[in-house]
Write a new protein. Structure first.
Length: 125
């Protein structure tokens, strides 16, 4: 909640309390509350506190769900980036392996050609 929301909430609570106390005091003849009136005021305050606690729990739960969703999304993004990086490394290593295979085949082929030429030139056949 922003500062304006907090200010509005407290203004509403203050107005509610002022109206409730004003009604109770105006009903009192001598300006003092009877024990029953005080108990009613306390009971109302407890009910209001319970309502506000439920509202706070609801907001906390919603915020926790948003946080969990954001963390899950972040984890998914990290996994996608890791998978992409792994794919790139795998492709790079495969290209290097393919190049080494080609070099090895060329080397073997060149060696066989040289051996063949030696055999042919020296008439070992």
């Amino acid at each position: 909640m922003g500062a304006n929301c907090h200010s509005a909430l407290w203004t509403n609570v203050f107005c509610e309390c002022t109206q409730l106390i004003g009604c109770v005091f105006s009903a009192a003849e001598d300006g003092q509350l009877t024990p029953d009136e005080l108990n009613s005021l306390i009971a109302h305050a407890h009910r209001r506190i319970e309502q506000l606690e439920k509202l706070l729990a609801k907001h906390r739960s919603a915020e926790q769900q948003r946080l969990n969703a954001a963390l899950s999304h972040h984890a998914d993004e990290n996994q996608m980036l890791a998978n992409e990086r792994l794919k790139q490394e795998r492709q790079k290593m495969q290209a290097e392996l393919d190049m080494l295979k080609q070099q090895w085949v060329l080397s073997v082929f060149t060696t066989y050609i040289m051996l063949f030429n030696l055999l042919v030139n020296n008439s070992f056949l």
